[in-house]
Design a protein around this ligand. Structure first.
Ligand code: BTN
Length: 267
């Protein structure tokens, strides 16, 4: 899995797939691929811009957290996409991204891939679900419509010196012979390239059943926490067609949650 990212190889792998025009750059080092793409000049619709980086020095995660990655043990990249004016609202985009990433990993032969609302990709192991990949989506809107920068960090393998308290999984655990990094990145870009134009036309609703089929916490007791503490506790029903999380409390009807972090409720 430790091959250096090679733009020519990735481009050749993508040529065999149906996808929009891909503009790909690979950097040896940067602070954050999301930050760089957010500052880039406007992009025309129909082009998927990809910036991958071998070593991020200030990777950013959701809710202001930082994202740790380990050079060749990781994939860190961002994709920028300009939705056309009048296309679907980006609500639900994070779930659609999860479906695209799961499709890509499964197309490579990975089994036990799960999704956690709003946008974590998990892997099932002997001790339960652990986080395999994280997604940070940052949106801007202008006269052309919404633009999305979709940052993805995937753990390919865990280095020997990875902190013991990081509850991470790695893609290598899902394979006898893991594919190399270029193959994994090409598969992820290809599936995002299929999903993004379709999402623009139809939104998340057509992908909901596929998300539910991958839902790691389906019917489990969960806690949803926000910045100020616990927001809801209840049974996790999954997601609505617009991407809201549905939680059924012990008494009463299912409630819709629009932001927060979900974790399994300790037994
Ligand atoms: C999360 O789970 O908190 C989201 C992590 C997203 C990390 C990726 S790595 C590539 C891109 N650049 C960043 O700074 N963050 C995203």
């Amino acid at each position: 899995m430790s091959a250096t990212l090679d733009p020519e190889r990735i481009t050749a792998l993508l040529a065999a797939r149906t996808s929009p025009e891909v503009r790909l750059r690979v950097l040896a080092e940067c602070e954050s691929t999301n930050s760089l793409l957010l500052e880039a000049p406007p992009l025309e619709p129909g082009v998927i811009e990809v910036l991958a980086c071998e070593r991020q020095t200030a990777g950013r995660g959701r809710r202001g957290r930082s994202w740790l990655s380990w050079g060749e043990h990781s994939l860190t990249f961002s994709v920028r996409w300009q939705f056309a004016r009048g296309e679907a609202s980006p609500m639900g985009l994070s779930l659609a991204v999860g479906v695209a990433l799961a499709r890509a990993l499964e197309s490579l032969g990975a089994q036990g891939v799960g999704l956690k609302w709003p946008n974590d990709v998990l892997l099932r192991g002997a001790d339960g679900w652990r986080k395999l990949a994280g997604v940070l989506i940052e949106l801007s809107s202008g006269s052309q419509g919404h633009a999305a920068v979709i940052g993805v960090g995937v753990n390919l393998s865990l280095p020997d010196d990875a902190p013991a308290d990081v509850p991470a999984a790695a893609l290598a655990q899902a394979f006898k012979r893991p594919p190399d990094r270029n193959v994994v990145l090409a598969a992820l870009i290809a599936e995002l390239g299929v999903m993004l134009p379709a999402f623009g036309r139809q939104g998340f609703a057509p992908l909901r059943a596929e998300w539910q089929a991958h839902h790691a916490y389906a019917d489990c007791p969960v806690v949803v926490a926000g910045d100020l503490g616990v927001l809801r506790e209840g049974r996790c029903l999954g997601v609505a067609e617009d991407g809201a999380l549905l939680i059924e409390p012990a008494h009463g009807h299912a409630e819709r949650i629009l932001s927060g972090d979900v974790s399994l409720r300790p037994a």
